[in-house]
Design a binder for this molecule. Structure first.
Ligand code: CTP
Length: 408
């Protein structure tokens, strides 16, 4: 059980903080809610007290003998501020202590995660962006807002991410420390493929595979949380889009290839986590193949699909890091790592993320463990954890390979 401070500032998205509070307490954490006075215009203190089981105060004049404005921050394992309004970000960047939440932020030694939510104009204003830069420079995590419908008729970046996504990222920081969401991908463009391709046989049938897309989703979510501009080329994945990520939906290997080659042109990192079918039916029947009819096939001839990863490697821009994935089993010819090293050399990518699927694990499971092999011979073991925690381990290994950002 960890001690989490949930800071809530005064925006309409404050109503979602009750759901986040619920997710954090259900995960077994002791949560102390510290709203700003403005937040209580949107959600009553009684709601936070009932859901957290802890008292709620907003100012530094309550519980004075307890010295709450110092103790709450000092004792926390994690502070999450959701929603963080433009005003809250400004006051935090300035180091003010004019309410209990900002005082708490000044005394917290633990990781701090800000989850901004506001109107698009306020988010994009240089004042807000400067405040975000300042907070990141001081070691805080600032998540990108989700894009979508805002209060009123307009839409754009500014929505609070889903409470379940925020809770998943909070769990990663509690498990692996603030470094798991280091803000080291700010200004980087990342393109990730996820899911599994489907190769049609006729209008209703296809050859597919069991990839759920969950690991690719986690890679996208964590890259966005680390500040990257993320494009997710998604092959047949039904999951809701992660916040701050642009989705390009595809079906077949050929569609995935075209999308990846187009998106990779100006990317800093390209990740091929999709399960791409190596083969497709040589011909696609225009009408449904029927039993007992002339269209009933005896066999289904297959032809090779292009190797997208190999093409991405061949067309790689200077400084671009290309990451491949491999699901391997050991056999008489070698163990998992031996096969993986051979694949890394064969594919020519910079990094290969290796899943051991010997025991049939991984597909669709919540947990995963990988080994990250570098073309330079480096070997990084990412221990078993949630797919978000594994994604964080992969990004730490990849971020270390990026050239320093261009000046200016
Ligand atoms: N991949 C790809 N295009 C394909 C097949 C695979 O880009 N047509 C990518 C996958 O996304 C993954 C990596 O290549 O990043 C490894 O895929 P895998 O199928 O394991 O590689 P193969 O070379 O096909 O190896 P094997 O001989 O084990 O089938």
């Amino acid at each position: 059980m960890s001690r989490i401070v949930l800071g809530v500032s005064g925006g309409v998205a404050a109503y979602k903080s009750a759901l986040l509070l619920r997710a954090l307490t259900e995960a077994g954490h002791d949560v102390r809610v510290v709203p700003t006075p403005g937040a209580l215009h949107f959600v009553g203190a009684a709601t936070f007290e009932a859901l957290s089981g802890n008292p709620v105060t907003t100012d530094v004049w309550s519980d004075v003998p307890e010295v709450a404005h110092v103790r709450i921050g000092q004792n926390a394992d994690l502070v999450v501020v959701a929603p963080a309004t433009a005003d809250l970000l400004a006051r935090a960047a300035m180091g003010r202590a004019d309410d209990l939440l900002t005082a708490t932020l000044l005394t917290a030694h633990c990781p701090v995660v800000f989850v901004p939510a506001m109107h698009t104009e306020m988010w994009l204003h240089p004042a807000t962006q400067d405040n975000v830069d300042t907070l990141r420079r001081r070691g805080a995590v600032v998540l990108p807002p989700a894009v979508g419908r805002l209060t009123g008729p307009d839409s754009g970046p500014g929505r609070l991410p889903e409470p379940a996504d925020i809770a998943a990222l909070a769990a990663v920081v509690l498990d692996a420390g603030a470094g798991a969401l280091a803000q080291d991908l700010v200004g980087r463009r990342v393109v990730i493929s996820a899911g599994g391709t489907r190769e049609p046989l006729d209008p209703v049938r296809y050859l597919g595979n069991r990839s759920s897309g969950k690991q690719g989703w986690a890679l996208a979510r964590v890259a966005a949380a680390r500040g990257a501009d993320v494009v997710l080329v998604a092959a047949n994945v039904e999951l809701p889009a992660p916040f701050g990520v642009r989705i390009v939906p595809v079906g077949t290997a050929e569609e995935l290839r075209a999308a990846m080659l187009a998106e990779a042109a100006d990317a800093d990192v390209v990740v091929m986590s999709a399960a791409v079918a190596d083969f497709r039916p040589a011909a696609v029947a225009a009408t449904k193949m029927k039993k007992g009819s002339a269209s009933e096939p005896d066999t289904v001839p297959l032809v090779r699909n292009p190797d997208v990863l190999a093409e991405l490697v061949a067309g790689r821009a200077p400084g671009q890091v290309v990451v491949g994935f491999a699901a391997e089993t050991g056999d008489a010819d070698g163990d998992v790592l031996a096969h993986a090293r051979a694949k890394l050399a064969r594919k020519g990518c910079d990094v290969l993320v290796v899943n051991d699927v010997s025991a049939g694990q991984v597909f669709g499971r919540a947990e995963n463990a990988v080994v990250v092999l570098g073309a330079d011979g480096s070997v990084t073991e990412v221990p078993k954890g949630s797919k978000d925690a594994v994604a964080a381990g992969v990004w730490t290994a990849v971020a270390g390979r990026l050239d320093p950002p261009a000046e200016g």
